[in-house]
Design a protein around this ligand. Structure first.
Ligand code: NAD
Length: 501
């Protein structure tokens, strides 16, 4: 019998196997550029190498940025109309949907995410992001106004023009690779920009598949380029490059801080979508049958490797014991294993480093006085990068486990007495990405959602990103927005024209 904690790669579609076997290459100026410098592709369910990607640096970034700047001014891209841009993006949507099963398999083997999450929220969710932005090129417009000039100076009109900001350098993390790339690429294409994407070194395969689909969709060469490689080399070369007008970054707060410093020095536009430590407030007037599975899936989905994961759960005193008991039973009932199986809810973490990081947090939390770590369904500790779901109770609010982003299946639970205390605890964090309220009292929901210091509030649901609604944080969770009109605006620049009649 096959091991349920190991992917059986013989079950992959032939096209997915072909992607694993491909020679390492960047995608620059509409062509595959082979590289002798490589990084391994590791299957997180086994820890074994299943492929190779190219390890690029300043030279490859230079070539990609040059191609993107040439494409930005080329008649094939700069001179086409908004309907043509819409048609190209919609053709890409169609190709993503046609190739969704293979894309999902690649994402599962590369990242470890389970099939259901890879196919639905990740690949089909990305298709919706492109579909949403396909509607924008025909709606980009400036404003015209009557201007009152200085006395006697004449009659004036003023208007604004909107144009693409230029080459966008997109840098994305490994947790939901194809979707994060969509959040960057879709608004940039809709705005008429060109893009150089640097995917995360642990999960670059789906970005390379995306390049192939962009080519098949008929986008002109140089509009989309992918340089794979390590962050400090390929990523930093992109941030430093004078030919890049805007950096759109998603990743950790530490890397975001560094990118912000470099971009600030170069006066380069940048948006930073960073880490989170998002609170979930569970009041005693909530429906527990919805709230407990909702709170659990918020942290255990994709093994907690979700930026908006609800990692701090605050429970009103009277229902605290019941909620902890139910959560523990829920965590114990989750099906864990290698994600190619359709029955698996939670797969392994992405890498050995991430597993070591998460288990380190749990060991240090477990050693603290008064702190208890309850474990969920057991995992095969020897194979791959699995970590059993964990519920931490009794942690001090200033403890490491309460303040640091773990980015794993670890939920810390705290008790509160009243609304004021719940709010104070929720806002007592360096981060400000998202928050969730579970309550049946609409007035409380309004009060609390207004007072929460974060970029997104979910009410009585576990949440999902909707392409029309902006995502992005406050405080150490960064600035600027992905998705919605705001992401489109961040890829456009405005020029004012003042005319004397
Ligand atoms: P990371 O910061 O280590 O890496 C992110 C990307 O930056 C990778 O592509 C990496 O190669 C690159 N990079 C690393 N060092 C660089 C440098 N010096 N210059 C330029 N690029 C560099 O983050 P990660 O561990 O891959 O991702 C997990 C983090 O992403 C978590 O903190 C998570 O919360 C965050 N995240 C945030 C959002 C959001 O919308 N706010 C969404 C998803 C993930």
């Amino acid at each position: 019998m096959s091991n349920p904690f190991r992917h059986d790669l013989s079950t992959l579609a032939p096209a997915a196997r072909a992607w694993l076997a491909r020679k390492p290459a960047h995608y620059i100026d509409g062509a595959w550029q082979a590289s002798s410098s490589t990084l391994p592709v590791i299957d997180p369910s086994s820890g074994e190498q299943v492929g190779e990607i190219a390890a690029g640096g300043a030279n490859e970034v230079d070539a990609a940025v040059a191609a993107a700047n040439a494409a930005l001014k080329s008649p094939e891209w700069a001179a086409i109309g908004p309907f043509a841009r819409e048609r190209l993006i919609m053709r890409l949507v169609q190709l993503i949907e046609e190739n969704a099963a293979v894309l999902a398999q690649i994402e599962t083997v590369d990242n470890g995410m389970p099939s259901w999450f890879a196919f639905g929220p990740t690949i089909m969710g990305s298709a919706d992001v492109y579909r949403y932005y396909a509607g924008w090129p025909t709606k980009i417009a400036g404003e015209t106004m009557v201007v009152e000039g200085p006395p006697g100076a004449g009659d004036f009109r003023g208007f604004t023009q909107r144009s693409p900001v230029g080459v966008v350098g997109a840098i994305v993390p490994w947790n939901v690779p194809f979707l994060m790339a969509a959040w960057k690429l879709a608004p940039a294409l809709a705005a008429g920009c060109t893009v150089v994407l640097k995917p995360a070194e642990d999960t670059s395969l789906s970005a390379l598949m995306l390049a192939s689909l962009v080519e098949q969709a008929g986008f002109p060469k140089g509009v989309f380029n992918v340089v794979t490689g390590r962050g400090p080399e390929a990523g930093e070369a992109l941030v430093n490059h004078p030919g890049v007008a805007k950096i759109s970054f998603t990743g950790s707060t530490a890397t975001g801080r560094r990118i912000g410093e470099i971009a600030g020095r170069n006066l380069k536009k940048h948006t930073l979508e960073l880490g989170g430590k998002s609170p979930v407030l569970l009041f005693d007037d909530a429906r527990l049958d919805d709230a407990v599975p909702g709170a659990a899936s918020s942290i255990f989905m994709n093994a907690g490797q979700i930026c908006v994961a609800g990692s701090r759960l605050y429970v009103q005193g009277g229902i605290y014991d019941e909620v902890v008991e139910r959560l523990h039973a829920h965590a114990a009932s989750l099906s864990l294993g290698a994600g190619l199986s359709p029955d698996v809810f939670m797969g392994p973490l992405v890498s050995a480093a991430q597993k070591a990081r998460v288990t380190g947090f749990l060991e240090r939390a477990g050693a603290a006085a008064g702190c208890e770590v309850l474990r969920g369904a057991p995992v095969d500790e020897d194979g791959g990068y699995f970590v059993s779901p964990a519920i931490v109770t009794g942690a001090a609010h200033d403890a490491e486990i309460s303040r640091s982003e773990v980015f794993g299946p670890v939920l810390s639970v705290y008790r509160f007495d009243d609304e004021d205390e719940a709010l104070a605890l929720a806002n007592d964090s360096d981060y400000g990405l998202a928050a969730t309220i579970w309550s049946g009292d609409i007035s409380r929901v309004m009060r609390v959602s207004e007072a929460l210091e974060c970029g997104k509030v979910l009410v009585n649901n576990g949440g999902f990103p909707y392409p029309g609604l902006p995502e992005g944080g406050r405080k150490s969770s960064g600035h600027g927005k992905d998705l919605g009109r705001e992401a489109l605006d961040s890829c456009l620049q405005t020029k004012t024209v003042l005319i004397r009649m």
